[in-house]
Design a binder for this molecule. Structure first.
Ligand code: UN1
Length: 496
């Protein structure tokens, strides 16, 4: 297949494609080559986008929801038609292997059709009223202008989790995508334009967190911020939103574990660990970075896992035979290297990997060898902090109870998994694991879009992306009372 060329990137504000003077290079993490320049906008562009969104939202909210949904159906079909193009471009800018890129685009397509269906639901509630000849109901209403800030690791899927429910429920959106992966945002905006979304309902402003992100979060006309990204940035955003009484939804990562019990199917567990720890080179919020293993199966698990890790092919994800792609950039690579050093100093035993790969065709890419530490104790930093790379820490435990305790000992709470064939352990684990997502006999990744995505503790602030629950972020509840008695009836007082 001929190499796809990314088009010149421009902001999308009020239905117009606008150039910005300042730009910076977007590099392909697999090769180090420049793919395209991304605009570096300022607060002024954010202001224009918010103004456009505010104007457009008034009309958009009046369009019946089933008609708003028609746009999303068209978006879904266009994404489907362009699935291969989008996937190739996604691999070029993000590095994830093509199979996973196709999976991510599919997540976006699924989200389009799922949320389009909400156009005919958006259920409210009718309730009995206290008084005679009185009708009571509660209804979801749009909030207004939504600011969306998305990360580079799932540049299209996460954007669809946020923008689709926001748009179908009658809001307008200003979206700041990650500067590392702007092509997906540009392509999605083009699709929305072609699908006939009225101008101003979706606006894309490219630029840094310091300028564009800050301006968006601080803008007084933006009523909701939906953010996925790092814990540090999330906390800063929450502080601003707290002061402004702005609703904020935060999704900020995990320290997800696979638990392998003594009765588990070990080969299945190895497959689960491989896929969720080294897929996307460990750069998922849901990636497995801890394996909590019963000491009785530790040796077998280590041997079989190491053997399978050796079979992993590492390289440019556009090559269909590659299983592990590059790390997003130098900073990501440096962070992983730092944690390898920390792990060694903490006394963990390095069984495989632990270094960058810079030979042959990999010379200019940011590759890192799949890494396994063993004899890790749960208090070590490598077992507590998010590394965001292909690094797994194996923690031996003596019992099911200890496994649960170790799983729950981290400050994050996104995803967890247990491999066991004991039905009692299955049910106890799904109850006692304290994460927002729990898997049984599967790895920690692979959440489906019609279920709520998010976690407990330091992972977020209680809101959920995707699933019907995402609507709670983008709508307010309105209580409506209609008195048809023809007289003034006083609630609480005129009850006999
Ligand atoms: C993320 O890493 O932020 O469950 C999203 C999964 C994917 C989404 C991950 N469906 O791994």
């Amino acid at each position: 297949m001929a190499k796809l060329q990314a088009e010149k990137l421009r902001n999308f504000i009020n239905g117009e494609w606008q150039d910005v003077a300042r730009t910076t290079a977007v590099l392909n993490p697999a090769t180090g080559e420049e793919i395209v320049q991304v605009p570096l906008s300022s607060g002024e562009q954010v202001d224009k986008a918010v103004f456009a969104a505010k104007n457009a939202q008034k009309e958009w909210a009046l369009v019946p929801a089933p008609q708003r949904a028609e746009v999303l159906y068209r978006v879904g079909y266009l994404m489907k038609e362009r699935k291969e193009r989008l996937s190739q471009l996604l691999t070029s800018e993000n590095g994830k292997v093509i199979e996973e890129a196709r999976g991510e685009v599919q997540e976006g397509i699924d989200m389009a059709f799922y949320m389009a269906g909400e156009g005919r639901r958006l259920f409210g509630q009718t309730t009995p009223a206290e008084l005679k000849d009185k009708f009571a109901m509660s209804q979801r209403v749009p909030v207004g202008v939504i600011g969306i800030i998305t990360p580079w690791n799932f540049p299209i899927a996460i954007a669809t989790w946020k923008s689709f429910p926001a748009i179908v429920s009658g809001n307008a959106v200003v979206w700041k995508p990650a500067t590392e992966t702007p092509i997906m945002a540009f392509e999605l905006a083009k699709i929305f334009e072609e699908a006939g979304l009225p101008k101003g309902v979706l606006n894309v402003v490219f630029g840094s967190g310091n300028e564009v992100g800050n301006a968006l979060v601080n803008h007084e006309k933006v009523q909701v911020i939906s953010f996925t990204g790092s814990n540090d940035v999330g906390r800063e955003i929450a502080a601003v939103c707290g002061r402004q009484l702005k609703k904020v939804s935060l999704e900020m990562g995990g320290k997800n574990a696979v638990i392998v019990m003594d009765d588990a199917d070990i080969d299945l567990a190895v497959e689960g660990i491989l896929w969720s720890a080294f897929g996307t080179s460990g750069q998922r919020c849901t990636a497995c970075s801890r394996v909590i293993t019963h000491e009785q199966v530790k040796a077998t698990l280590e041997t079989r896992l190491l053997a399978k890790m050796e079979e992993l092919t590492i390289g440019n994800g556009l090559d269909e035979t590659i299983k592990v792609g590059p790390i997003i950039n130098d900073r990501g690579l440096a962070k992983i290297e730092e944690y390898i050093q920390i792990g060694k100093e903490e006394g963990a035993k390095l069984l495989a990997g632990g270094h960058a790969l810079k030979e042959g065709a990999k010379q200019n890419g940011n590759y890192f060898a799949p890494t396994l530490f063993t004899d890790v104790s749960s208090t070590m930093r490598i077992a507590q902090e998010e590394i965001f790379g292909p690094v797994v820490s194996l923690i031996p435990v003596k019992s099911f109870e200890e496994a649960i305790e170790v799983n729950n000992s981290v400050s994050f709470g996104l995803s967890s998994s247990i491999f066991t064939n004991d039905v009692n352990r299955v049910f106890r684990a799904q109850r006692d694991l304290d994460t927002g997502i729990v898997y049984v006999n599967a790895g920690t990744t692979g959440a489906e879009i019609h279920l709520p995505f998010g976690g407990t503790k330091g992972t977020g602030n209680g809101h959920r992306d995707s699933g019907v629950q995402a609507l709670d972020v983008f709508t307010e509840w309105k209580a409506i009372y209609v008195d048809y008695s023809g007289k003034l009836q006083r609630a609480q007082i005129d009850i006999d």
